[in-house]
Design a protein around this ligand. Structure first.
Ligand SMILES: [Zn+2]
Length: 172
């Protein structure tokens, strides 16, 4: 990625017509990419679908298969969370929180040292592009405990994996 300093967003332009809309993920102008992600660096593309009430915990893929990623909400409504994991940073663990709606296409570009996760308010499909192979052995879950006070939704109603549930007790 060109920007090696932070996680950031890129508002994508959806072009509507009477049938629906067209959304280009990697538009070019005169052969020059208009977004920062170099599509040739993409190793894997996959989607998750999640019911309302699902919390997908804050993951980063680090180590041998360290991966940058692009996250795009295709449809649904979520609250999105990002945490910077770099230990040398004073703002370690500072969390970015925001509500997202799939009708407003925004791609989030995340370097490997950001953990990303989300809570689903309305059934959601999320697309991921990875710059390395997706490897569950290299996934770290960090900061799930920080989400609880931000959401204000009783945790016993959340639908979570065992791995995410176990990570609630780890502090960051
Ligand atoms: Zn790995």
């Amino acid at each position: 990625m060109k920007n090696q300093t932070d996680a950031f967003d890129e508002r994508l332009t959806s072009i509507p017509d009477l049938r629906g809309s067209l959304l280009k993920l990697f538009p070019t102008k005169g052969g020059v990419p208009e977004v920062v992600w170099d599509i040739s660096q993409t190793q894997e593309i996959f989607f998750t679908r999640s019911k309302a009430g699902v919390f997908r915990g804050l993951l980063a893929q680090r180590g041998e298969h360290s991966s940058d990623k692009v996250v795009l909400l295709i449809q649904g409504k979520i609250t999105d969370f990002l945490i910077d994991l770099r230990s040398e940073r004073k703002d370690l663990g500072s969390m970015q929180v925001r509500k997202m709606d799939g009708s407003v296409p925004i791609a989030i570009f995340v370097l490997d040292y950001y953990a990303h996760g989300y809570y689903v308010h309305e059934e959601a499909t999320v697309m991921y592009l990875y710059s390395n192979v997706h490897c569950q052995d290299c996934e770290v879950v960090k900061g799930n405990n920080r989400v609880i006070p931000k959401l204000g939704i009783p945790i016993d109603t959340w639908i979570v994996s065992k791995k995410d549930r176990d990570a609630f007790s780890e502090s960051i």
